[in-house]
Design a protein around this ligand. Structure first.
Ligand SMILES: Nc1ncnc2c1ncn2[C@@H]1O[C@H](COP(=O)(O)OP(=O)(O)OP(=O)(O)O)[C@@H](O)[C@H]1O
Ligand SMILES: [Mg+2]
Length: 232
């Protein structure tokens, strides 16, 4: 049985994902600053709009770049007409907007929901005394998103930041396990010099864990490199 997918607009990434991001679940892309998370979101949004559907883009970082969208799409003005851009500035507002996504999907032909990032405002809200409450609210948002993706068959792309996990010598998602459970696809993005990136599938329903793909960031966005790079 073939699961419906939405192209990321990057051949190498689509190959990695078995054709694109799955339409009825959450895809969680995570990695260090500058690894290409927002680029992936913009590029997938352009791909969705080219298929004739609208995009809800929740930008929690106040950094939505029309210029970058123009580089990636070549026609930012037309693309922007199809994007419902939501810019919450605190965790309460993020929560309210996640709750109203279903009514937006009922009114408009939405082909993709982006939340870039899931955790910026969550991080700002956390303090010593409220971890349990804020974690539970984050888990609720993820559960709402996950249910919505299934019900509306709309792919949801969320991004996550990481920190070094000193104990285990690796990296850990800011939201720890909360986002891992609800996301059926976990995509790690690793950053190397001169635009080189490696994307690794850490969790997927139908592709092997640990599968990798090399990608470069260029003016056009994330692209398949002309030839494989080595790190020697
Ligand atoms: N026109 C361009 N040509 C080549 N590379 C570019 C271009 N514009 C941006 N980049 C590169 O894209 C990278 C930033 O990508 P992006 O904003 O998607 O990262 P991010 O993972 O979202 O970062 P953050 O965690 O800060 O939000 C940088 O390495 C930057 O140099
Ligand atoms: Mg970003």
């Amino acid at each position: 049985m073939k699961v419906e997918r939405l192209s990321t607009g990057c051949e190498a990434l689509d190959e990695l994902l078995g054709g694109g991001i799955e339409r009825n679940t959450l895809t969680n892309a995570y990695g260090p600053p500058g690894c290409g998370k927002t680029t992936l979101c913009l590029q997938t949004a352009v791909s969705c709009i080219e298929e004739g559907k609208k995009v809800v883009f929740i930008d929690t970082e106040g950094g939505f770049s029309k210029e970058r969208l123009d580089q990636i799409s070549g026609n930012a003005e037309e693309i922007l007409d199809e994007i419902i851009l939501i810019e919450p500035d605190d965790f309460d507002s993020q929560e309210e907007n996640v709750e109203r996504l279903e009514s937006i999907c009922d009114k408009k032909d939405i082909g993709l929901i982006v939340l870039d990032s899931l955790v910026t405002l969550y991080r700002l809200e956390l303090n010593d005394g409220n971890t349990r409450e804020i974690n539970s609210r984050l888990a609720n948002q993820l559960s709402t998103l996950s249910n919505l993706s299934r019900k509306e068959e709309v792919p949801i792309l969320i991004t996550n930041q990481i920190y070094s996990d000193v104990e285990n010598g690796g990296v850990e998602l800011v939201s720890r396990d909360i986002a891992k459970y609800q996301s059926k696809c976990l995509l790690e993005m690793k950053k190397f010099e001169k635009g080189k990136r490696i994307m690794i599938l850490r969790k997927h329903r139908s592709q092997p864990e640990g599968k990798e793909s090399q990608v470069v960031i260029t003016e056009n966005g994330l692209e398949k490199p002309e030839k494989k790079f080595s790190f020697m």
